[in-house]
Design a protein around this ligand. Structure first.
Ligand code: MLT
Length: 401
């Protein structure tokens, strides 16, 4: 008789953003006349930039010619894109093209990377945390049992206002450490010195850091590193995930990449070779048309155009920070990030504040507790709405506080 993966049966409810989507759909069905502004999942609203569209059109035309047609591409990504990534995103950091693996998303890569690690690794996650790291480890059987609000076998590293949203080094030995900076959900950042502490820990303990830098394009401050490889020695201990989703508006277009340095070895085994083996077996690469579109992000016009969009979202974040702190809330993030993390008023719980915002202000946010126990009492807003909706949403929120 067939057996299911019983780890799936241990997962609580549905994926966070699906739970919220269901709640919002139910609210809309009950109140068809109410206007709702969604500041929930980090999905962009600005269209793809002209440089990207032009490159995509050209690639479509090429695919319609005998000379330009392409079937299966390299599973790791075309060299034209891998070389551009090295040249622009890792300039001077000693990363090589064969250490870059182009993929359809950082979310998929953050989840799939678990394939190359044993089940008995002790995994550490920040708390609050992007739920994909936790849920995918639970699916693999690495997280233990779900008890009330946490997994018994994961090591949670609280990131709170008290510690500046920077996790402290684990008090027990951990093998795999997920770090995300600029952070999702808090929007806060880590300095080079702070990241060095983690690189040193990983070196001393034989641990691997899984570094999610999907939001690096939003960094505005000089002392905030864009890549963990800016820290000496990181290539021996860290894998890095990046994405064109938030950087270039590719949430629906799908292109990202993962960096697995060849210097990174676990018990003498090169993780680059394992990830390559995994990708060649389970993945057929990102479409040529999409990789051509991603390549255009690195042209002069492309870079200028995507920065205009990023600055647009950062201005939204500023408007939100000012409105929410003006209304008396404690506000974090939003300076080097599209996420604004706010403390609910009067000790309210996250889901209660979520309901109040939805029912009274017509604004959909993400409850902090959905990101982990230490997110309780907080709420996350994204800056990816239109300017008009951002302003309207903040007016609505201010009116009910
Ligand atoms: C989020 O809202 O946390 C992100 O958009 C989710 C994602 O990128 O998958």
């Amino acid at each position: 008789m067939a057996k299911v993966n019983e780890n799936y049966l241990k997962l609580p409810g549905s994926y966070l953003f699906s739970t919220i989507a269901k709640k919002v759909a139910a609210f809309q069905a009950e109140h068809p006349d109410r206007e709702i502004i969604k500041m929930v999942i980090g999905d962009v609203t600005r269209p793809l930039v002209p440089a990207v569209i032009e490159a995509m059109h050209k690639a479509v035309d090429e695919m319609g010619t005998a000379e330009g047609f392409r079937g299966y591409g390299p599973e790791q990504g075309y060299d034209f894109l891998r070389n551009k990534i090295v040249e622009f995103d890792y300039k001077g950091l000693g990363i090589e093209a064969d250490e870059i693996f182009v993929s359809d998303g950082a979310k998929s890569d953050c989840g799939n990377i678990g394939d190359i690690f044993g089940i008995d690794n002790k995994v550490a996650v920040c708390d609050p945390v992007y739920p994909v790291y936790v849920d995918t480890n639970a699916m693999a059987g690495r997280a233990g049992e779900f008890i009330e609000d946490h997994w018994s076998n994961l090591y949670y590293m609280p990131c709170t206002a008290e510690n500046g949203f920077m996790p402290e080094l684990p008090k027990e030995k951990v093998d795999i450490i997920y770090l995300c900076f600029p952070n999702n959900p808090t929007g806060e950042t880590a300095t080079r010195d702070q990241l060095k502490v983690w690189v040193d820990y990983a070196k001393a303990n034989g641990s691997v850091i899984l570094f999610d830098s999907a939001y690096e394009a939003f960094i505005t401050e000089d002392d905030v590193p864009h890549s963990i490889y800016e820290v000496e020695g990181a290539k021996e201990v860290a894998i890095e995930f990046r994405s064109f989703s938030k950087t270039a508006g590719f949430t629906g277009t799908r292109c990202a990449y993962t960096v697995v340095p060849k210097a990174l070895k676990v018990n003498g085994t090169e993780l680059n070779a394992l990830w390559n083996r995994r990708q060649c077996t389970k993945f057929n690469g990102v479409p040529y048309i999409i990789q051509k579109a991603a390549e255009a992000v690195y042209t002069d016009e492309g870079r200028k155009q995507i920065m205009e969009n990023i600055n647009y979202y950062l201005e939204n974040a500023k408007i939100m920070r000012e409105a929410l702190s003006g209304a008396g809330l404690e506000v974090y993030g939003g300076k080097n990030s599209p996420y604004v993390w706010a403390k609910a008023p009067n000790g309210m719980k996250s889901w209660d504040f979520f309901e109040k915002l939805l029912n009274e202000a017509g604004v959909v946010s993400t409850p902090g507790s959905g990101f982990g126990p230490s997110g309780e009492g907080y709420i996350r807003f994204t800056a990816f709405s239109t300017r008009e909706n951002t302003i309207k949403a903040m007016e609505n929120v201010k009116a009910i506080l």
